[in-house]
Write a protein that binds this ligand. Sequence first.
Ligand SMILES: O=C(O)CCC(=O)C(=O)O
Ligand SMILES: [Fe+2]
Length: 287
Amino acid sequence: MYLSQIDTVDKIDKKEFLEKYFKPKKPVLIRGLAKTWNAYEKWNLNYIAQQAGDQIVDLYDNKPADPNKATNEPVAKMKMREYIDLIKREPSDLRIFFFIITDKIPELLKNFSYPDLGFKYFKRIPTLFFGGSEARVLMHYDIDLADLLHFQFEGRKRVLLFPNDQGVYLYKVPLSVHTVYNLNYETPDMGQFPALKFARGYEIFMEPGDALFMPSGYWHFNRYLEPGFSISLRSFPSAPGRLIRMLKEVFVMRYTDKILRKIFKKKWVNYKQRRAFEKSNETLKNH
Ligand SMILES: O=C(O)CCC(=O)C(=O)O
Ligand SMILES: [Fe+2]
């Protein structure tokens, strides 16, 4: 993997952001952007435990989804307060994802402002993500193809980021937004995954308060280094081409995959994995 440094700024105005990053779909790390919010000091795990402590949350771990199951079942459920106590107390790989605050902690909506960077936000789904100090998010890109502003709070996080066209070097699985499930991006086995050598992306270490602009379709692998949480603010495609691709991905791809999984079960899952290897290894011939 060729991992480069991402552009990093402490401050940016909307003109520069649009021209240099948003329009060309180039990622950028904006240091401390959340610190400009007037209630930034509230963005910590204790406050979340206070506001949503009694809510029952679905928890996921680092293990890849069970290929025999059609949906991704949580590995545990517990009260938010117990979950937060747990990740603060001991190493844990348990994660919460896509916790929509508009439904679940509307109070939190008062505690941030959408930074004016010249683009339009989809304000209905500001979502939180939580993880313990051992948590990893498998390499994927977001199926809705949103442009994201991802803010980190409390612990630090390591992110690997790749443009969508690098999927072929990352062992992308056909009809899915994931890469093969046995590829661990923390300690990749280059003997087993030789095409990875050619993947070009970025390595980012996020600190509390930092915001990462993750353009539409970018692959990401997130590794929590300490217990922490983050919020993603989304913006949806406005260009017709991108909108069509998004609808295609969400409906056609998901649906086809679901049907094939229903009919062929494990056979389909294994076939997809094998195709991913074949396709990625074919690229070696051109290098
Ligand atoms: O860092 C996380 O827990 C996941 C974030 C993510 O995948 C996203 O915002 O799209
Ligand atoms: Fe994501």
